[in-house]
Write a protein that binds this ligand. Sequence first.
Ligand SMILES: Nc1ncnc2c1ncn2[C@@H]1O[C@H](COP(=O)(O)OP(=O)(O)OP(=O)(O)O)[C@@H](O)[C@H]1O
Ligand SMILES: O=c1ccn([C@@H]2O[C@H](COP(=O)(O)O)[C@@H](O)[C@H]2O)c(=O)[nH]1
Ligand SMILES: [Mg+2]
Length: 198
Amino acid sequence: MVDTPSLKPQVFFVLGGPGSGKGTQCAKMVEKYGFAHLSAGDLLREERDSGSETAALINQCIVEGKIVPVEITCQLLKKGMEKQGWAAKRFLIDGFPRNQDNYDGWSKVIGDSVDVPFILFMDADEDTMIARIIERSKTSGRNDDNIESLKKRFATFRNETMPIVELYETMGKCRKINGLRGIEEVFADLETVFAGFI
Ligand SMILES: Nc1ncnc2c1ncn2[C@@H]1O[C@H](COP(=O)(O)OP(=O)(O)OP(=O)(O)O)[C@@H](O)[C@H]1O
Ligand SMILES: O=c1ccn([C@@H]2O[C@H](COP(=O)(O)O)[C@@H](O)[C@H]2O)c(=O)[nH]1
Ligand SMILES: [Mg+2]
């Protein structure tokens, strides 16, 4: 467990398939309400591009749509949270925990050092998400924004991440958002869900 001051940070995990709008909505929460946003995927891409000893493993996972071992991701998230200032913060952690290994690793390293009031599940159908990612691929420069990687990312999402969404549902801690509407309409729903925290 990490050593925390008395005031615990609040962490809201944001889950959803590739292209469901996690990053887009988190950016709006940062802009309007000053939440701190950590995208696990962005942190992993940054670590890969730094050329560290884990770079090759991270890149292989990204291209194959597989999930990076939690020891790597959790350390990046912990460092990111500390960098932002740990205490009295509201963190949106985007794209994590993605499987049981992620969930267990987070529980072990961070666990009760933070409060997780609820998670967001950005719900959208695959055809919509594929169309968004193919459009994004024109400018993103991401080496997993292509049909081959995307199919694998969807399979991982269905098989490994959805059980984590369901786990939070059973705890009464999952807030499902219809991600199919326009960006502003989706954001209005987030504002409703976050009432009391904004
Ligand atoms: N509600 C929306 N309607 C239309 N387009 C959207 C909507 N939300 C996001 N987009 C667009 O879809 C693309 C993917 O969105 P975003 O990057 O937020 O998804 P993500 O869930 O973070 O995906 P990934 O898991 O691949 O990082 C972006 O180009 C974004 O501008
Ligand atoms: O916790 C995580 C988050 C991400 N990954 C890997 O990164 C890619 C891209 O993630 P995005 O959220 O779409 O940016 C994802 O497919 C995984 O390969 C991870 O392993 N663990
Ligand atoms: Mg994203």
